[in-house]
Design a protein around this ligand. Sequence first.
Ligand code: BES
Ligand code: ZN
Ligand code: ZN
Length: 456
Amino acid sequence: MKSLLTAQHEGTPLFVFEQKQPFESWLSKQTPFSQNWLKQISFSGNGLALIPNEQGELAQAIFIVDDASDFFACGDLIKKLPTGQYLLHADAKHQQAICFAWLIGAYTYTRYVTKSPNKQPLPILAVNDQTLVDSAIKYAEATALVRDLINTPAADMMPKNLGESAQTLADNFGGKLKQIIGDDLLNDNYPTIHAVGRASIHQPRLIDLSWGNKNHPKVTLVGKGVCFDSGGLDLKPSAGMRNMKKDMGGSAHVLGLAQLIMSHNLPINLRVLIPAVENAVSNNAMRPGDVLTTRSGLTVEIDNTDAEGRLVLCDALTEADQESPELIIDFATLTGAMRVALGTELPGFFSTCDDIATGITNAGGKISDPVWRMPLYQPYTDLFKSTIADMTNCSSTPFGGAITAALYLQKFVRKETNWVHFDVMAFNVRTLSGRPLGGEAFGIRAVFDYLQAKYK
Ligand code: BES
Ligand code: ZN
Ligand code: ZN
């Protein structure tokens, strides 16, 4: 991916314009030959046009988009241009978006494809700015990491594999990794992570990555790492289970976000906690009606074994909160209800702090990573009351399901903690520019840009 973007200043000129003004004034300065060519090919003033010289060689390319500040406007460009090196000409304020889209547009998941089609090498984009190149590579590589982790089938992305990915990340950036595996989760008091994961032959684990200077402000990321969610004894129907390899999407998001933080060397004392399990069916699976005592001491009656994400997250959140970090951010493919509320392409999030919520929303707006705040509407806590324990793991009604799930999690962070909870789809269900079907990162650029502005 890296080699597709370079800080050089040679190449076939590639002009990226927004419609109307810039294109028309550019056109008026072109040779009669080029103007005539564009007329001959009935160029509509939108999309790509390749312009030859009089020898029939490619002389320049123009790409016209509606909104060049959209980070995905040029998401298909790398696949449309012929092999070669192109030198970018675009408004300085659009170059970051174009470089990111160029790289991420090259993303494909090929691990299991044995017959690779005989394709021409992808073109290379040159921009005369090393900082821009480095930054685009970091954003694109973090996004690709998230996509790869999610796209990998569950059989090859079990808790052990997630642990290996976290280890690689720790090794690459000088972080430390600790893992609590199998029955050690019981010895170290992570009962809910163990209870959800114990039915699988793939042992559950808590992955614990730390990085950075201990004197810097502590930020802790928590990611749902359900490597496959069959639903447990409350088995999902086929259609609902089909894409549940993506149920470790939250953990993929926090690893991608951690990679952004570490590669930019943000002055943060970072901790990443990933409860990694498979929610499987077996004779020792947790049952509806069982009561678990969580790490925090609160007891939870299992109403539905498919509401397992909040169970693994609650013990991880308790551990995160016990250190009183400045900020806790979790990412999880937590509820279908959030998709009903906002659709698959807009991630919803909850926050105990208005300023942080506004900061993240505004940051996302600037980099085409939209996020939408949802309310922690307290009266709904009554919906997961239990008659025999402190609470149940699931509301008595599906209505407001994303809110009740978030309220369940909120029980495990103290009132004064700055906490942000993202409920993400982690998957593209339709193809959009630069976004193929399959695993996707939602909100990590928004959060990263917020953190970068806050902890410069
Ligand atoms: N992993 C699912 C949530 C999910 C489903 C996210 C589809 C994205 C797309 C989660 O563990 C789950 O099964 N949630 C249940 C909760 C219910 C039992 C209260 C749900 O959303 O139906
Ligand atoms: Zn589930
Ligand atoms: Zn799940």
